[in-house]
Structure formats: C-alpha cells, structure tokens
Ligand binder design. Sequence first.
Ligand SMILES: Cc1cc2nc3c(=O)[nH]c(=O)nc-3n(C[C@H](O)[C@H](O)[C@H](O)COP(=O)(O)O)c2cc1C
Length: 192
Amino acid sequence: MAALKILVIPGSLRTGSLNAKLAAVAAHQFALAGVDVTRISLGDFPLPIYDGDLQSRSGVPKNAVDLKRMIGAHHAVLIVTPEYNSSVPPLLKNAIDWVSRVQDGQERRGQVFHGRPFALASASQGRLGGARALAALRLILSACRALVVPNQLALAFANEAYDDMDRLKQPADIEALEAMVRQLIDVSQRLM
Ligand SMILES: Cc1cc2nc3c(=O)[nH]c(=O)nc-3n(C[C@H](O)[C@H](O)[C@H](O)COP(=O)(O)O)c2cc1C
C-alpha cells in the first residue's frame, strides 16, 4: 500500500502562533506514525476576500486552485485553527470558501472536500481551548461534505501547555492528540 499522505494546515499566520506550534507537534506525531506529512502555511496561498463579482469577472484565483490541488494530493487533512470571537478566523474561512468554488477539469465544484477525511484541532490561551471554533469548523466542513473525524483536540491554556522541548506537558492533551492522530490515520487507511 502507498504511504499515507496527510496535509497539516495551521489557521494562523502570526509569528509565534500557538496554532502553528500545535500544528508542528501534530505533524511530528504523524511522522512518528510513518505518515508522509506536509505542513503548509496559508500565507503561501494569499487570497482576496471572497467576492462573487470578482469570481464572475476573473474566475477563481490561481492560489485557490493551487490550494485545492494541494489538498487533493493528500489522503487527509488536519486543520489547526485559532478561535476568533467564538468562531473560525477569516483567513481560514475565506480559504475554505474559495476552495469550495473550485471546479477543476471534470470534477464537480468543491469535490476535493467530498468524503475526504479531516481532523480538527485548536489552541487558545483560554480555558475552552478554541472548542467553539472547532464546532463552527466542523459544521463548515460537513456542509462541504468532508468526513470530519470525531476525535479532536482543543488545547486550553496553550501558552503554558509545552515544555522546553516544545512537547505537550499534560497527559490529557497528549492523549487527545494521539487519539485524534490515530483516528485520522485509521479512517484514511480504510478509504485508501
Ligand atoms: C479578533 C480576535 C478574537 C478572538 N476571540 C477569541 C475567542 O473567542 N476565544 C478564544 O479563546 N480566544 C480568542 N482570541 C484570542 C486568540 O485565541 C489568541 O490570539 C490566539 O493566540 C490566536 O491564535 P494564534 O496564536 O495561533 O495566532 C481572539 C483573538 C482575536 C485577534
């Protein structure tokens, strides 16, 4: 069987991002499990705010098509999202909105999401760890007909969650990360 390929997408571009850090930890966990893991930055796929007139005039931007193809080149995706005002940050929502408009060749519009396994994680300095953003993101991706696995990680008090080696300190966080990683691998392998 070919190696399982998983894409990891942090939903923040901020220097020192807590979510980019968690994405790096998760990517390491996938690599330890033998997965061929790719971690990208949405900063490499800059997109204007979605505007139907812009799409009518100029089509879907090349970066949205490239991001769609990046997703399509992997068996599964992990998104690690910040929580903004109890929901998903505009950077991530806008990227999903554009990708959902891509119709590539003979594919149907938004087909890259259909049945593709996704896992979700979040990190926040607050005590909920971004759990409300995870609920919102689950709804969005489910509407895009992605297969969002049940296990997830909302990393609370994320600024204090790591040791000096950037490893998670709390057993409950480690367990949640490992369970989410394992479940995404299991579901993806069954669909390969
Ligand atoms: C506009 C805005 C709204 C925010 N709303 C929330 C929120 O609802 N819940 C929360 O836990 N943190 C909230 N935060 C704090 C973020 O969780 C915090 O800035 C976090 O570090 C952002 O993720 P990052 O470190 O990956 O960039 C908000 C931050 C911003 C800028």
